[in-house]
Ligand binder design. Structure first.
Ligand SMILES: Cc1cc2nc3c(=O)[nH]c(=O)nc-3n(C[C@H](O)[C@H](O)[C@H](O)COP(=O)(O)OP(=O)(O)OC[C@H]3O[C@@H](n4cnc5c(N)ncnc54)[C@H](O)[C@@H]3O)c2cc1C
Length: 417
């Protein structure tokens, strides 16, 4: 059968690879000129940079598996570090390379800048969440969740709130506690030490998945149609027409603000959160104390050491930083880094709709729709996770599986096209 995948972000790539690997004749339609969507490479001032600094977790199993499948070796392309949260306000939490959960227990108990009473209360609280399998009775904000648990001290300011902002791209006051708990379940709460690791890209984002996927898909017979925005789908009982061509089925793997136009049944509407990445170039010898450094000034959140003196400062979610002009932002963030001199070059990339706003209880549409030949994929459809690469990849893989494994439908589809 012939299947159309609409959208070449990480969800669309995952769906297209899964289908192509299963021998399905796949056509991928992408509005832009490259694959990658919100996680792609961009060319600026002769440099290849990411449209936004991305951080992966060891728990991103499907993303890592997808990279391996298409010949992009995660061991080469990603730098693996046991989790550390270090800042210049005296806080340090570093997980040793011990088996889980000993690594987390020791990391917590040995944390600097936190009193013993708080450490023990937090260990007790985490044990309780684990015993309840990270399920909350009802969704509430992360701030309310932490308040109710008495998590009001240094660990909240230096660990939980910054982790929430980094993982969900929204401040604790507005973030979904259940989704944050899910992220903790699969990372700090995992029985595998590797899942708690941080994975920082050594290559640009395009090199992690989009470019090798483009080659792999072409080599395996998939059709890639770039600069092709799909404005409408025509559905019939026996086919879906995309760009005038008949397909047995279509997977819509585009961001929710676009998906609603293409598939009006997708009525869930979202608010969005921005992300700015401020690239600062210092001398080649400049290094951060740890490749992921927690900034503690007025604006800074996280800074990533990209090597050769290039630092990517990440500003997540709505905040005061949005009112600053690029130049002001670059100057403000430089001052919050432990650098000895000014940056020689900077560039600010703002993604206004970087992620859907992961608030408590927001609707997350299912992968299946009322039409058996139309499926949805994309980070917003993977209800367990916030907007992440892993959510996108899992959603794309699931859509491909559902399409193939609905055996009755599959037989009908195969016999009609
Ligand atoms: C700056 C930034 C930083 C981030 N940091 C992290 C991070 O550190 N860790 C992490 O895990 N996640 C991070 N994310 C989130 C992650 O990038 C997204 O969750 C993920 O890329 C979403 O993938 P997707 O395939 O669901 O959607 P998209 O990437 O939005 O892909 C949709 C694709 O569909 C195309 N398209 C849209 N409409 C049409 C149409 N009508 N016809 C054809 N094509 C169409 C688009 O051009 C796009 O290529 C970040 C995102 C941003 C923007």
């Amino acid at each position: 059968m012939k299947v159309a995948v609409i959208g070449g972000g990480w969800a669309g790539i995952a769906a297209a690879v899964e289908l192509t690997a299963a021998g399905v004749d796949t056509a991928l339609f992408e509005a832009g000129r490259t694959l990658g969507g919100r996680a792609r490479s961009v060319s600026i001032d002769g440099r290849t940079l990411d449209n936004g600094q991305h951080i992966l977790l060891g728990a991103y199993r499907e993303t890592l598996a997808l990279m391996r499948r298409i010949g992009a070796d995660p061991e080469q392309l990603l730098e693996r570090h046991p989790l550390q949260v270090v800042d210049n306000a005296g806080f340090r939490l570093a997980l040793p390379k011990w088996p889980a959960p000993l690594n987390v227990a020791w990391g917590l108990l040995a944390a600097k800048g936190v009193g013993w009473r708080e450490k023990l209360a937090t260990a007790w609280w985490m044990q309780g969440i684990k015993a309840r399998h990270f399920r909350l009775q009802h969704d509430l904000s992360v701030a309310e969740w932490l308040d109710a648990a008495g998590q009001t001290g240094a660990l909240r300011r230096h660990l939980w709130e910054p982790l929430c902002l980094a993982a969900l791209n929204i401040p604790a006051e507005r973030a979904s506690a259940q989704v944050f708990a899910n992220v903790l379940r699969d990372s700090l709460g995992s029985a595998l030490r590797e899942d708690t690791d941080l994975l920082l890209p050594r290559a640009d984002l395009g090199g992690l998945l989009p470019q090798p996927a483009r080659i792999w898909l072409a080599e395996h017979g998939a059709t890639l149609r770039f600069s092709t925005r799909i404005d409408a789908l025509e559905t019939a009982p026996d086919h879906v027409a995309v760009a005038g061509e008949r397909f047995a089925a279509a997977i819509i793997a585009i961001a929710p603000q676009h998906a609603g136009k293409l598939w009006p049944e997708m009525t869930a509407s979202y608010e969005f959160e921005p992300i700015a990445t401020v690239y600062l170039q210092f001398g080649p010898q400049f290094r951060l104390p740890f490749p992921l450094f927690k900034q503690t000034g007025k604006y800074g959140q996280w800074a990533v050491d990209r090597g050769d003196g290039l630092i990517g400062c990440v500003l997540s979610g709505h905040g005061d930083w949005e009112a600053l002009a690029d130049e002001e932002l670059a100057v403000a963030l430089q001052a919050e880094l432990p650098a000895s001199g000014p940056a020689t070059w900077h560039r600010v990339i703002r993604e206004k709709r970087a992620t859907f706003s992961c608030q408590p209880g927001i609707p997350r549409p299912a992968c299946v729709t009322s039409h058996p030949r139309v499926l949805l994929a994309g980070d917003y459809t993977w209800a367990d996770y916030p907007a992440t690469l892993e959510g996108a990849v899992r959603s794309g893989k699931r859509a491909a599986h559902v399409l193939r494994s609905t055996s009755n439908t599959e037989k009908k589809l195969a016999s009609t096209i």
